[in-house]
Structures are given as C-alpha cells and as structure tokens.
Design a protein around this ligand. Structure first.
Ligand code: GAL
Length: 680
C-alpha cells in the first residue's frame, strides 16, 4: 500500500490492464489541497483484502462491517444506499431496472465508515455490496447480522458479507483508497484527486431553455424575444439537432436553409443576454467537413453511419476540438454532449463491446470512458480561450468532477429524477432533473420546483414550439392551443425561476467549495449528518451549500412532504417557523413552493432576481440571519467567467451578522448588500 497524499493510498493487485480510467483520463490531483487536509490511516490493512482470479477475471474481497453503509457507484436513478445490492456497472442510455446500467458508471463506492474506494478499471465491473455471505467467512462463523440492518430498515436490501468486486477481462487492478473523518470527507478527497469540482461561470447557474428542435432562425428569435418580454429568467438558450445539416450522425455544420445567418442570430442572442448552446453527439457524419480527417482515428464500427472518434488519439482530439473552436468563436458558450452512452434495451444503437479503436481500446472499455474523453475534448476550446463553459452530457465516469457538464437523461420518472442528485453527489457527478413536458399543471410545477434547487436548471423544451407553461399538453401545444389559465401558470413558473436567480450567490459559493474543497454543491443530508440513521435512505431532500436544506415535492406523492430535520434548531424559510430538530416534520406544500429549511446560524444571501447574468452583474443582496447568535456566510468575488480562479484564488468575502448589523470582510463590486433580516 503506497500513500500518495494525506489520506490517499494506492494498492495494486496482479497485473493491471494497460487502459484504465486513471491512465486514460489523466486526472490532475489537487495535491496541495489534499495535503492541507489532516492525514489519516487506511480503514484496513492490505492483507485484509483478498484477491483471486478465475478464468479471465479477477475478484477482490474487502472487509465490510455490519454497521457500514455503502453509496456511490455512479448515477443510480433507482437506488441510493447500495448496501445489500449488487451492481454491474455498464454504460447504458435507457436503464429501466436497478442493475448498474447507467449513463454514468463510476467504479467508486464510499462508506459511512469514512473511506472510499476507486477501482481503476474501464471494465464492466460488478460490485456486491455486502449481499454475498460466503460459507466459512468471518460473518458466517461469527453469525454477523446483515450489513446495514443495524438501523432496521429495508431488510430486503441488506446483506451480511464483505464487499466483493468482480472485474472481467483483467489480470489485476489498482485500487485507490480515500480516507477521512467521514463519508463526506472521503468523497471530497476523491473529488480533489480528480482535480476538484467544476466551478461554472456565473451565468451557468441561471436557467437553461432548450428550444423546439425543428425551429428555424425566425422561430428561435421569436421565442428568445418572448422569454424576455414575458420576464422569464433565462441565461442559456439551447438549440437542438435542427441547427445542423445532418444530425444523426452529426455534421457540426449550420443548416443554411433553417439558419441563413447564424452569426447574426448568435450576435443578437448575445445582445439579449443569452449564452447560446448547441446540441450534438460525437458520431461524425460522412458529410461533415471533419469526416475525412477523422477516418484513421476512429473505431471500426459506425454509429448512425457516423465515425466513432477515438478521443485517446491526439489527432481525433485536435481535429474535433479545432472544428468546435471555430463554432465557439461564432458566439457559442457551450455544448450539449448527447448520446455518448449506449442503447441496449430500447433502440439498440451504439457500438458493440467487440469494437476496436486505434489506441488499442475495445468497445467495452471505450463505453466506460468515451463520455468523459468527449467532455475533455469539448472543454479544450474554452480552456484555451480562458473562458469557462457549462453544458450537459449524457455519459460520464470516474474522475469527472472537474468537467463543466451536467448529466441528464431521456428517462423521466420524477422520483428517479430527484433521487439522481443524491447518488451523483456520492460519485463525483452532477445531475439535472430536467423538465420536458407534463401531463398536468401540477406535474409541470412540481418538476420545475425540483429543477430550481438542482445543480443545473434545464427546461429541455425541444419537443414543443411553445413553452410548456403556456401549454403542457403535447398535442395542443403542437396545434398552438394555449392553456385557459396560461397567465397564472406562467406567473407561478416565473416566480420559481426568479427564486433560482435569487439563489445564485449562494450557489456560486457552493460551487466554489466544490472546486476548492471537493464538497458537492448539492448533496444528500446523509453526507452532512452521517450518524443520523433516519437520513441514510433519504434521497429526496438535499443540502445546498452550507446551512440550506431543500425538500422539493416529488410529483405523484401528493402535496405533503415529510422531512427529517437533524438535531438542532431549524427554520422554515417560508413562514420563519422555528423548529426543534431530531424528528420528522410533515407539511402541506402549495403548488409553486419549494420546502426549504435553514440551520440556526446560517446567513442566507439572497439576490434580487435578474432576467440573466452578465459578467459585470452586481447583485443586490438581502441577508437572512437565522437564530439569535452571530451568523455568517462567504460570498465569492471574481470575474465570473474566466479560468483565472485556477491560478489566482477569487476573493472570499466573509459576511457576518451580529444582532441587527452586519460586517463585510472585504467589499467587492459584485455584491451590494441592501439589508439584513433576522429570523428568530
Ligand atoms: C435525445 C436527448 C434529448 C434531445 C433529443 C434530440 O437523445 O436526450 O434531450 O436532445 O435527443 O434528438
């Protein structure tokens, strides 16, 4: 076992494969930040790990205590706590069951005992999280109770064995151990090892609207103007496949019939305060100007008749990113990186596991890393021009926390969509519960509520010409019929999106901590309160930054929300009620309200809502101080858009409220404090 940083260890068993996530993705660990954390010993000795091989695969057995719970393994939409479950981690675009098929498999799991394990493999590894009890094992001999059951919940999901990790087609593997005081600490160290979390541009924290797919330039401009006239906050205006001459596969070229003047349109959108974003996937169509150059640096199978770039090769990276740099220069702020996943259960598109790539990877390995490599390549033009970007992606894996892309899906179950935020946070990922359409006003509003308190607020309205708050019914929307009460629905949506804009300063600090310390900006409360058994299965409530707990109503569960508030004093944001924690609270939640709770001592900085954010935006802040004592918060002051924060740390402005006055450590032009309200 080799120590590589404070609390981070590496162990190798057998002969690892030539291609693994660490080798391929080349993370740049934030060693300074890691070594500024206290050192801590590994949770077990190397000789407590068993390693054995069988017919072309290797298996590891790691000790697991019955009191431990395991989380992580990537974006899991159907489960959160992994104890007692088994997952075969495989990239998939349409996972319907809780098998480990996911947009973002991450061979990293993290324990409530305060450590995390990264298994450095690009294979479809299986994790048996305590669901296997071997005959003659310690658990068998000593009659251990089932793992995780000491808290008496979900007996069907519990096991009683060790953690077994099974890796096909390998003769060995390297493990990285991240140790800390708590699960949150282990996740943070894992994220720092990957380079820290992403720090998006300020505008990336506003609202994303993705426009009707077949819409042309006229449609786009009409919609963009309407959003401004209707005072619907929106920062990022996204175009879907229709902008290209051919989209499945992609040419990455403007369709001049639908978009006769893309430069003019992009300039106009920019002048209106929008950041244009373009949809694409990585499969290169024969009619694309880069097709010829990509031929010898792509895999041996097509997807939708397009080449699958081998982004491990320098040539594929250069050709692809230079072409996109030209598009960026036209005024594009970012991209939506679609379909780097793989369809096994529905449409069956994708390259096979037996595909081969010039770099030497096979299809199985490429499925694991392609989305993250794609993110690297698409981020490069922005890095090179010293601009931050923020977009969406549909495939990701280990060590991707620093990339400016948030996962989304074509699936739509609302409970799964809300749950995704919890599992993503334990795996170094970000997830958006995007809103597309709805079957009722209630569904539309509940979905928007959750999106407002998520890592990225995306209204993906690519299927309908008119925003869904004017008509959520697909057929009627297509016919141009509006909801009879569309003004009221629009007003509710406007207020919700304004609330997102009020939260931006708080979110910006939370994201900066993701970069600086590796702490996920939106995370399950179990991370902050690991010793509270009632929170171990909670995946529909989350902490946002410091001191703020959001509990959006999941559509389909009625209008009641049950929340467990940990020990201590909490305040209900909406009516200021003082609540003594350590128990469950239940409340009726009117449509348009997101239940929010503030921990005593929190100073919440809320901004006056703006329609969109500019580089020189000045926030008018009202401070809300919870409880009698001193309350404080930190605000982040920088230019909001460049990559300078990587070399020159932004100003960390400490704001402290004492009684009815406040002090600001270093005033910054980004923030104008307008007043303080104390909630007792
Ligand atoms: C899907 C994607 C949708 C939308 C659509 C356009 O793959 O998930 O959000 O972009 O493609 O064809």
């Amino acid at each position: 076992m080799i120590q590589i940083a404070n609390g981070v260890y590496r162990m190798t068993f057998g002969t690892p494969e030539a291609f693994t996530p660490v080798g391929i993705l080349k993370p740049r660990p934030r060693f300074e930040a890691l070594n500024a954390l206290p050192d801590c010993p590994p949770p077990f000795r190397e000789d407590q790990i068993r390693f054995f091989s069988r017919r072309g695969s290797v298996t590891l057995e790691l000790p697991l205590d019955p009191s431990e719970d395991l989380y992580g393994l990537g974006l899991m939409l159907k489960s959160f706590r992994q104890t007692g479950l088994k997952k075969k981690l495989r990239t998939n675009s349409d996972p319907t069951a809780d098998t480990g098929d996911t947009h973002a498999p991450v061979p990293f799991c993290v324990s409530t005992a305060g450590y995390g394990i990264l298994v450095d493999t690009a294979r479809y590894a299986s994790f048996h999280c305590g669901n296997v009890k071997k005959r003659g094992s310690r658990q068998d001999r000593e009659g251990y109770p089932s793992a995780g059951t000491q808290y008496g919940h979900w007996w069907v999901k519990s096991g009683s064995g060790n953690l077994f990790i099974d890796i096909p087609a390998a003769e060995g593997v390297t493990l990285y151990l991240f140790c800390g005081e708590s699960l949150k600490d282990a996740v943070a160290r894992y994220n720092l090892f990957g380079g820290g979390g992403v720090f998006p541009p300020l505008w990336g924290l506003g609202v994303f609207y993705r426009a009707y797919m077949p819409g042309d330039q006229k449609h786009v401009m009409k919609l963009a103007k309407e959003l401004r006239e209707e005072e619907i906050p929106c920062d990022v205006f996204g175009l879907e496949p229709g902008w290209q001459t051919h989209a499945y596969s992609c040419t990455y070229q403007w369709d001049s019939e639908r978009f006769p003047d893309p430069d003019g349109m992009l300039t106009e959108l920019r002048e209106m305060g929008y950041r244009p974003n373009l949809w694409e996937h990585a499969y290169v169509n024969p009619a694309s100007p880069i097709f010829e150059s990509m031929k010898d640096c792509s895999g041996d199978c097509y997807v939708w008749d397009g080449l699958v770039p081998d982004f491990i090769t320098e040539k594929a990276r250069d050709v692809f990113s230079s072409h996109h740099d030209a598009i960026r220069k036209q005024g594009v702020s970012g991209f939506k990186l679609d379909e780097a996943d793989n369809s096994d259960f529905t449409a069956n598109w994708g390259f096979p596991d037996f595909a081969s790539f010039p770099s030497g990877l096979d299809g199985e390995q490429m499925h694991t890393v392609i989305g993250t490599l794609y993110q690297q390549v698409m981020k490069k033009p922005f890095d090179d021009s010293n601009e931050r970007t923020f977009g969406q992606c549909r495939q990701s894996t280990a060590l991707a926390s620093s990339y400016p892309y948030v996962l989304y899906s074509d699936l739509y179950d609302h409970a799964d969509f809300v749950r995704g935020m919890a599992s993503a946070a334990c795996s170094g990922l970000l997830w958006t519960p995007e809103v597309r359409f709805a079957g009722s006003t209630e569904e539309l509003i509940r979905r928007i509520e959750a999106a407002v308190v998520s890592p990225q607020t995306v209204l993906n309205c690519y299927q309908v010409p008119t925003p869904p708050w004017r008509q959520w019914d697909y057929e009627k929307n297509m016919r141009g019929e509006l909801l009879p009460d569309c003004e009221e629905v629009t007003a509710t949506v406007r207020e919700l999106l304004r609330f997102r804009m009020r939260l931006v300063p708080h979110l910006y600090t939370a994201y900066y901590r993701y970069y600086r310390d590796g702490i996920p900006p939106v995370r399950p409360p179990m991370m902050d309160y690991p010793d509270v058994p009632e929170l171990r299965d909670v995946s529909d409530v989350y902490m946002i930054g410091e001191g703020l707990m959001a509990a959006p109503v999941v559509y389909g569960t009625g209008d009641r929300k049950r929340v467990f508030l940990p020990e201590g004093i909490w305040y209900d944001f909406w009516d200021g009620t003082r609540l003594e924690g350590g128990r469950f609270f239940e409340k009726t939640v009117p449509l348009g309200q997101i239940p929010l709770f503030l921990r005593e001592g929190t100073l919440l900085a809320l901004a006056e809502p703006l329609p969109c954010l500019a580089d020189d935006t000045v926030f008018d802040i009202t401070l809300f101080a919870y409880g009698e004592g001193d309350c404080s918060c930190t605000l982040i002051g920088d230019d909001g858009h460049s990559c300078d924060y990587l070399t020159k740390p932004p100003a960390e402005i400490l704001v402290t409220a004492t009684g009815n006055t406040y002090t600001v450590s270093t005033p910054h032009p980004r923030y104008r404090i307008r007043g303080l309200k104390r909630i007792l």
